[in-house]
Design a protein around this ligand. Structure first.
Ligand SMILES: Cc1cc2nc3c(=O)[nH]c(=O)nc-3n(C[C@H](O)[C@H](O)[C@H](O)COP(=O)(O)OP(=O)(O)OC[C@H]3O[C@@H](n4cnc5c(N)ncnc54)[C@H](O)[C@@H]3O)c2cc1C
Ligand SMILES: Cc1cc2nc3c(=O)[nH]c(=O)nc-3n(C[C@H](O)[C@H](O)[C@H](O)COP(=O)(O)O)c2cc1C
Length: 763
């Protein structure tokens, strides 16, 4: 077969090598516009874990590449005058130029023809002469543009500015991050050695800082001199150098995130950066390009037709590329939002940086550098007031809100049980909440407990509006306090337009088959086409509901609850005031976010006045309506959080969604945690994270990185009331208290977990 590789970067050259290795009879030509020695950029990094596939594809070139590797294990973070080093990360670096020369040599040796200084004007024309064209023409691929209708590229140009420089200063002991505060704001560098005397030095900043420095109008030389001044302390008198002769101006760029909908068209296939890019901060672009080249060569050899090979290639590579792009997106967003984290203590800042892509988990960090992680855990525990010598996972650190002391950071998230009778909790609730309180979570939150009969979501919802409700709740709270060391929080709410609906396991959010009651909301909205239209609340309605919240809070106080949560999320009454999707009022309670927050804050203030001063109040919000700019977006949630903080709310429980039937949530592990992170770190209010958090590792990394103060788990606690105690057993932590009648079960679990008997006296 006559094959053309358009582009002599890693993707083009490694395709030529991989194809020739599988079938030497193929006639392969690589076309490259530059000379063999011309190359922009400095070094590239590979992580040790990722080099294995490359080594097994072609041991010869892998060996040659390895011989030129600079290795390092450490990551050093210079921040606020401290240099924190962690180890076990296993990277290697090589000059891009050396890599390309080695690949050129190997491709020639295997019989591929290399045509340098050959500009290809059109891949389409090339494709007429060749059976198969691999378009590996890089980030600004002309082929991608030529056949944009087929490849359907999505290009997302990211916010930060960066420039790829080199230096003779040695960074040979660690991959080094340097964060410098300048007269114009923060600028940072990613530096790593790639041969005996040269290191890559990528400088990055926000666009506004970049503008203030005037980089936009500088020459490359002026830009290097300015960066030298910024990083003077780290450069030991060495210069910063640019070799971006192919770029105009100061050579600063914005990273374009590229993903094409399809990667093949007729006999052309896109590869490497032309098809998909991964941000440089995860250091995987070259590996991605080379692994795609391996996959394409494999399928070319194994499949009967080109089209079948293309289909397999796309299938196999797309998942891997999306996985890496997702990690790269987390990482680049961390750098885009870095100013959010610049108040953090160096230990936590470092942890946040190391775990930014979410590929490295808490326990994975322990495997890399146990000492460093234990130091960080000890720091966390110390800050939490656990004492100087405690090394336990962050999930087992105490927490305090007003006078309420929690033994750990796990919360049983509110979950409607639909088992109440006329609003009254039953024995179901006693057993359900009792079990969760015995299960090890520090805080058990009740389901949305409604402030009036018509404020219930369903006929099975619990209430707090009649003396028998108070009595039933008192019995539950008393049990929790008498038999466990968990605290219990009462979530108070009003259903608004989502009221008068069926039980959760019937048809959720659908109207009752009979016996519907009238519903009200800020505006005359309907939850869905099937639900009744709500009556717009009058001022008198608002006063009455506020009074109902106050009465319910007084009853909850008498029942002995340790904490209150006001439910302002998920489209229920107070949430429907906050989101513009359901609040169309033209009075002081509609319009701006401040106006839309007025009524929920009025309720909070009225409740706060009657709720004991020593006890905290939380507010649960939906931080994203998931409908785009029409609704609440995470940046609005920061404004909401700020208003809650100013009003004196102790903690913000950051949920999302359920405010519109049009919502299109993007699910995933910990998918709502970024909203908590943003609110906590941009305003400094305590937060709870919730949503698809189900592993102790998730919880620990959220807490240690400062993305939340408490972590709520809902469904995992339906499946296992003893989630926390089981997690502790599995992790070898023996510090969590079990109910004494269950000691035999505890001891067996400890033994089965492989860590032997509990220490004497541990409960
Ligand atoms: C600042 C920065 C740091 C990076 N750091 C790393 C890192 O540490 N590790 C890592 O793995 N990756 C890194 N990358 C990414 C890496 O450089 C790319 O992902 C990788 O080079 C992609 O290989 P490629 O072959 O697809 O494209 P390229 O390497 O861009 O190769 C494309 C080639 O095609 C040629 N070409 C283009 N058009 C034509 C034409 N019309 N005719 C003839 N020739 C043409 C070009 O001259 C070029 O040589 C970094 C990128 C940046 C921007
Ligand atoms: C059965 C069930 C009932 C729920 N009821 C409530 C509720 O009454 N109040 C509330 O704020 N959230 C409620 N939620 C939402 C949970 O508190 C939580 O935010 C959501 O389930 C995501 O967490 P998870 O991924 O850990 O399940 C409920 C969730 C479930 C599964």
């Amino acid at each position: 077969m006559k094959i053309a590789c358009l582009g002599g970067g890693p993707a083009g050259l490694y395709s030529a090598i991989s194809i020739k290795l599988r079938d030497a009879t193929h006639d392969v030509t690589v076309f490259e516009r530059n000379r063999p020695n011309d190359t922009f950029g400095w070094g590239v990094v590979f992580s040790n874990e990722t080099f294995d596939n490359i080594a097994s594809n072609d041991p010869a070139s892998a060996q040659a590449i390895r011989e030129h590797f600079a290795y390092w294990d450490d990551i050093a973070v210079n921040y606020r005058g401290e240099r924190i080093v962690s180890t076990g990360h296993g990277f290697s670096g090589i000059a891009r130029k050396t890599l390309l020369l080695l690949l050129q040599e190997r491709a020639s040796e295997l019989g591929a023809k290399l045509r340098f200084q050959t500009e290809i004007a059109s891949a389409g024309e090339l494709a007429k002469e060749y059976d198969f064209v691999i378009a590996a023409d890089g980030l600004n691929s002309k082929t991608r543009n030529e056949f944009a209708h087929a490849f359907k590229p999505a290009i997302d140009t990211r916010k930060n500015k960066f420039v790829w420089l080199g230096t003779r200063q040695k960074f040979d002991d660690a991959f080094t991050f340097i964060f410098e505060e300048t007269e114009h704001g923060w600028v940072w560098a990613h530096a790593y050695q790639f041969d005996a005397d040269t290191a890559t030095f990528i400088v990055e900043s926000s666009e506004s800082v970049w503008r203030k420095f005037g980089f936009a109008t500088m020459s490359q030389d002026e830009s290097c001199r300015t960066c030298e001044r910024i990083f003077e302390r780290y450069l030991g008198g060495h210069r910063l150098m640019s070799n971006a002769t192919h770029l105009r101006g100061s050579a600063w760029l914005n990273f374009p995130r590229v993903l094409c909908e399809t990667w093949s068209h007729e006999n052309i296939v896109l590869m490497g950066d032309a098809a998909a890019t991964a941000h440089f901060s995860v250091g995987s672009g070259t590996k991605l390009a080379m692994e795609s080249a391996i996959a394409m060569a494999d399928y070319l050899a194994s499949e009967p037709t080109l089209q079948a090979a293309f289909a397999k290639y796309e299938d196999a590579r797309r998942t891997e590329v999306l996985r890496l792009q997702s990690a790269a997106r987390n990482s680049l967003e961390w750098f885009e939002d870095v100013e959010r984290y610049l108040h953090l203590d160096p230990v936590q800042f470092n942890y946040s940086l190391l775990t930014r892509s979410q590929r490295i988990s808490h326990e994975n960090l322990r495997l890399r550098d146990r000492d460093w992680l234990e130091g960080a855990e000890a720091w966390f525990q110390r800050l939490a007031g656990a004492g100087d010598n405690t090394i336990r996972r962050p999930m087992f650190a105490p927490f305090r809100l007003r006078d309420m002391r929690l033994k750990n950071r796990i919360v049983v998230s509110p979950m409607a049980q639909y088992k109440a009778v006329d609003g009254c909790p039953t024995d179901w609730h006693l057993v359900h909440y009792g079990e969760r309180a015995k299960g090890g979570a520090a805080l058990v939150c009740t389901e949305m407990t409604c402030v009036s009969p018509e404020g219930r979501i369903t006929p099975g919802c619990t209430g707090m509006y009649a003396p028998e409700h108070e009595r039933a709740w008192t019995r539950i709270v008393d049990f929790v306090h008498a038999e466990t060391d968990a605290k219990i929080c009462c979530q108070l709410g009003h259903s608004g337009a989502k009221g008068s609906t069926q039980l959760g396991w019937e048809e959720m959010d659908a109207p009752l088959k009979s016996g519907n009651w009238p519903v009200m909301a800020p505006s005359p909205v309907t939850w869905s086409e099937r639900n009744q239209r709500a009556r717009a609340m009058t001022r008198a309605d608002m006063d009455r509901v506020r009074e109902e919240f106050v009465v319910a809070a007084e009853m909850a106080a008498r029942a002995g609850f340790d904490m209150l949560e006001i439910h302002c999320a998920h489209g229920y009454l107070l949430s429907s005031f906050i989101t513009p999707l359901t609040n169309w009022r033209t009075d002081n309670y509609g319009g701006s976010l401040q106006n839309r927050m007025r009524y929920p804050l009025e309720i909070f203030q009225a409740v706060r006045e009657v709720w004991p001063a020593a006890k905290p109040i939380s507010v649960r919000i939906s931080a994203n309506d998931w409908v785009g700019a029409e609704g609440i977006e995470p940046r609005d949630a920061v404004g909401i959080g700020r208003m809650l903080q100013e009003a004196g709310v102790d903690i913000c429980d950051v949920s999302a969604g359920q405010t519109s039937v049009k919502a299109r949530p993007v699910y995933g592990r910990m998918f709502q945690t970024p909203f908590s992170d943003r609110i906590r770190n941009e305003i400094g209010i305590a937060t709870m994270a919730v949503g698809n958090i189900y592993e102790p590792d998730h919880v620990n990394s959220i807490l240690m990185a400062g993305r939340a103060d408490l972590v709520c788990l809902a469904r995992p606690h339906l499946a296992n009331p003893y989630w926390t105690l089981h997690a502790a057993a599995r992790l070898g932590d023996r510090g969590e208290a079990w109910p004494p009648p269950y000691y035999a079960g505890r001891d067996q679990l400890y033994r089965l977990a492989g860590s032997g008997e509990p220490p004497a006296g541990a409960v």
